[in-house]
Write a protein that binds this ligand. Sequence first.
Ligand SMILES: C[S@@+](CC[C@H](N)C(=O)[O-])C[C@H]1O[C@@H](n2cnc3c(N)ncnc32)[C@H](O)[C@@H]1O
Length: 344
Amino acid sequence: MAWLKSGDEKSTRWVKEQIEILNRKGWYHSIQLPDGRVIEGVQSIDHLKQRLARFPVPEDLRGKRVLDVGAWDGWFSFEMERRGAEVVAVDCIDVEKFRIAHELLGSKVDYRILDVDELCPATVGRFDIVLFFGVLYHLRHPLLALERICQLTREMALVESFVIDDGLEPGPYMMEFYETDELGGQTDNWYGPTTACLLALCRSAGFARVELGEVVKQRAHVTCYRHWEPPPANPSCPPPVLNAAANNRDWSNRFPKNKDLYVCCFFNTKEQVTKESLRIELDGYGVPALTATSLGGDGWQANFWLPSGLDPGRHEVRVRTVNSHFSNPVEIEVIPAVNSPLPF
Ligand SMILES: C[S@@+](CC[C@H](N)C(=O)[O-])C[C@H]1O[C@@H](n2cnc3c(N)ncnc32)[C@H](O)[C@@H]1O
């Protein structure tokens, strides 16, 4: 049962109460200081630990680079640092409490004031793990934001988001749009997706595998992986033979950066293929197949959406199935944007 609902007085009252508690406490995240004292925020240390425990984050993060998007007071950033990671924390506003905690903890977290829309490998680099907690529904362009998160991710992105259901139904794929203050009387909420829609958005942004964890009080916990599971140790089928990868407009292997293009892969395999059984890779990252169509005999076509943000130059496509190893590689070429001032 949804308890936070659009246009609902009880929901608006509840949000108002939460804001009053926040104003009283001053801090949203609790922070434990080196001498053991705790700055008490709205969210207790136990609660924050529980939120993080819903994702598969290793205890030892030495050698990993982690990005915390929308860090607020920074508990998640500091926890990633405590586990050994090199951490970049970003927020669209300069949060004084973050800076106080940073100082008190003697933290080396690199704090940047940036909007999600400003995040790209050129501004912040790439990360093994990206935390994207409690931000998506505050954004006007959620799919674009997830595409950016995908571009920055080498291993996995952890997405925690408000959803309008309890996650128990497989559909529908739908988002509520909040034009003004319909949700909880706040003007910084733009969208409320169903859980199924949130998962679909994460897949569509370019992640290979998207796994739903718990949905707790309309917060969905989604782990988005850039890589497929490892190929089978003893494959039961030979690898497909990849003949070509072409764009869907002029059938060449050239892809202008700013065009919304699909990559059509033409390959041969004796297996009966479905889009779910295909494992396509682009530059070593998994990308989800949108279609898998028999062309007769052992000929097949599978299409995938060309992920945004690829650098101009040559990129390598390979195809396997759940039962095989990878095919031979085939190159496509991303060429600079044409007819557009947009940088993506
Ligand atoms: C609901 S809080 C979530 C804080 C923390 N990630 C958590 O889950 O506990 C949303 C955070 O995202 C930040 N934020 C909102 N819109 C943003 C944007 N466009 N770019 C970067 N940060 C944003 C807010 O300033 C705030 O710190």
